[in-house]
Design a protein around this ligand. Sequence first.
Ligand SMILES: C[S@@+](CC[C@H](N)C(=O)[O-])C[C@H]1O[C@@H](n2cnc3c(N)ncnc32)[C@H](O)[C@@H]1O
Length: 194
Amino acid sequence: MDLRIQELEAYAREYHIPIMMKDGISFMLSYIKENHVKKILEIGAAIGYSAICMCLVDEGIHVTTVEREEERYQEALKNIKKFHLEDRITIYYQDAFSLDLKEEYDFIFIDAAKSQYIRFFEKFTPLLKAGGVVFSDNLNFHGLTHTTEPILSRNVRGLVRKLNNYIVFLKENPNFETYFYDIGDGISVSKKKA
Ligand SMILES: C[S@@+](CC[C@H](N)C(=O)[O-])C[C@H]1O[C@@H](n2cnc3c(N)ncnc32)[C@H](O)[C@@H]1O
């Protein structure tokens, strides 16, 4: 394992930056490798950890990503430079909903505000090629989307309801075939039909 990747993981732990869990990221990287994914759009860069890991799978990979928090964006920029990936990672400092992208992607990774997953999906999937996939992370929300126990915090209850709505939305979407995996914090892979 690249020592610099371990440094990013240590930084995320120290400053409580929510990056992908280890088994979640290795599942996603294997998918990218096995399916020869080349053009990736990520929503939610944080410090650039997952974008960098995805780029390191293959030299032909390009990642476009976006982050709306300035401190995280600045840290991501630093990290991208540290890995000499400036030519292969395009990062925007803005709200994803104000992005105006025109290119097509083979792979979209949704890993930003959990309350907005349906909106992210609807905004960005027109850019996905037929046969391309949308990966979404945190669908288990630390086990809370499956719990039968009462959830005390109103905020958390709201998020769990929205994530459960997203899961139903994916299951019922006629244009996508979705598979759910109990890996990391819960991942879905939605394949766009031809
Ligand atoms: C879970 S973290 C991303 C982790 C990153 N994908 C990784 O695994 O290394 C989610 C990030 O999305 C950002 N975010 C949330 N909503 C956003 C939005 N609407 N536009 C841009 N960034 C957003 C947050 O500021 C946060 O840093």
